[in-house]
Design a binder for this molecule. Structure first.
Ligand SMILES: *Cc1c(COP(=O)(O)O)cnc(C)c1O
Length: 406
């Protein structure tokens, strides 16, 4: 059934639950850092499927690895071992410095698993079931109940109350606000090393180190959510590797499989020995041969393609070009972020600017209503950055000056 793009959109709005306010395009195929809609229009992609498609579209080796795994076996269940899971886990351990891996189907499920591991750890210590978790305001950890319960945005939580309970919220980069929440019931502190959805706020090295020290002293587990900022995006495979802190538990997803649904939570050997045991947690699909073949190949290609070196080279250039835009337009208040995870903060909603960029062949996304987020494929070049800046600049010229919006 061939249809016009508008036809597909009308069909979609009849059949799919209207859970998203989607942009009015239907994406059909990709090539490198470009995407094409069903009408054949080309777009430069600075979204990468929300920080997922790090390698760019149509990477031959990645595609071939998936195709050959499909011909071998796609799924086995976790009743049995499978080779890609063994190989992916070994590589992920080596690259992250963590000791044990549990594969999930998504980021939210990785967060669920990490929270369960933390509660079980505390339960094994004192046999009590009233442990508390400290999370951060403006955080985002996913849409399932556990992950939502530690998401520091009341708008996402309120209609679905009650949450899991015993969760308290501190302020990122305000150590005292976190310390003040600690009781002898606290079992975990969870935070994103760089907040994504909540507005591209990096945790400071000092904050991370002080939280790390506090957690160590009180035997509280430190959970770092690296689902968006991990997998090379900030110039380190995991953003915490920039600082001399190591979490007890960490979550990863998004770019981990570069497009297949896979996430993971990882832990130290100490946590592994004193938390989830056989029968405590499970998943039907999690870590199946298809997604693990993808993870293994992604880690392989990150190394072979020097992906992180590219982030370290192009990231600062993106920062510089965004800073120039900020200096030119009074309605841009701030640029912040790390590496190829950047945001421009506006004094107004950005939806219309993003719509205009789309018309001009540039895919951008927001983080909250007033921030444009830049999370391109990690293989972008400085030329791609120039192309993006030039299109965005054209879109910004149509904006009313600062303080004169309607
Ligand atoms: C996207 C995201 C999640 C949720 O991942 P899903 O795969 O959408 O469930 C959790 N934490 C962070 C930091 C994220 O960016």
């Amino acid at each position: 059934m061939e249809m016009t793009m508008q036809g597909y959109i009308e069909e979609a709005e009849k059949d799919l639950l209207h859970a998203y306010n989607r942009y009015q395009i239907v994406l059909d195929r990709g090539d490198g850092v470009y995407l094409y809609d069903t009408d054949g229009k080309k777009y430069l992609d600075f979204c990468a499927g929300i920080a997922v498609f790090a390698l760019g579209y149509g990477n031959r080796e990645y595609n071939d690895a998936l195709k050959s795994q499909i011909d071998k076996i796609i799924h086995t269940s976790n009743y049995y071992y499978n080779v890609p899971a063994v190989q992916a886990a070994r590589k992920l351990k080596a690259a992250s410095g963590m000791d044990r891996v549990f594969f999930t189907n998504s980021g939210a499920e990785a967060v669920e698993g990490a929270l369960k591991a933390a509660r079980k750890y505390a339960y094994l210590k004192d046999g009590c079931t009233d442990h508390e978790i400290i999370a951060m305001n403006h955080s985002f950890h996913g849409r399932t109940f556990g992950a939502l319960s530690v998401t520091g945005n009341p708008k996402y939580r309120e209609p679905f109350e009650p949450m899991i309970g015993h969760v308290k919220f501190g302020e990122l980069n305000d150590f005292e606000s976190v310390e003040a929440l600690v009781t002898d019931k606290t079992c975990a502190v969870i935070l994103e090393t760089v907040q994504g959805e909540g507005g591209l706020h990096p945790a400071s090295g000092e904050f991370l180190r002080r939280v790390r020290k506090l957690c160590r002293e009180k035997d509280i587990l430190m959970i770092l959510d690296e689902i968006q900022c991990g997998m090379g995006r900030t110039g380190y495979l995991y953003a915490w590797q920039r600082y001399d802190v190591k979490p007890d538990l960490m979550t990863t997803a998004k770019a981990l499989g570069c497009g297949v649904p896979v996430g993971a939570f990882l832990m130290t050997e100490h946590v592994a020995r004193h938390s989830l045991a056989a029968g405590d947690h499970g998943t039907t699909y999690g870590g199946n041969p298809l997604v693990c073949a993808a993870v293994e190949k992604v880690l392989d290609l990150f190394e072979k393609g020097h992906i992180i070196d590219n982030v370290r080279e192009v990231g600062p250039y993106l920062e510089k070009r965004l800073d120039e835009l900020k200096d030119r337009y009074g309605f841009i208040l701030e640029r912040r972020g790390l590496g190829l995870m950047q945001g421009l903060v506006f004094d107004r909603p950005v939806r219309e600017i993003i719509d205009r960029a789309l018309e001009r062949g540039l895919i951008l996304i927001n983080a909250g209503t007033q921030i444009i987020r830049f999370v391109p494929p990690l293989v972008i070049t400085k030329e791609n950055v120039d192309e993006m800046i030039s299109i965005l600049d054209t879109c910004l010229k149509d904006e009313a000056p600062a303080g004169r919006q309607d």
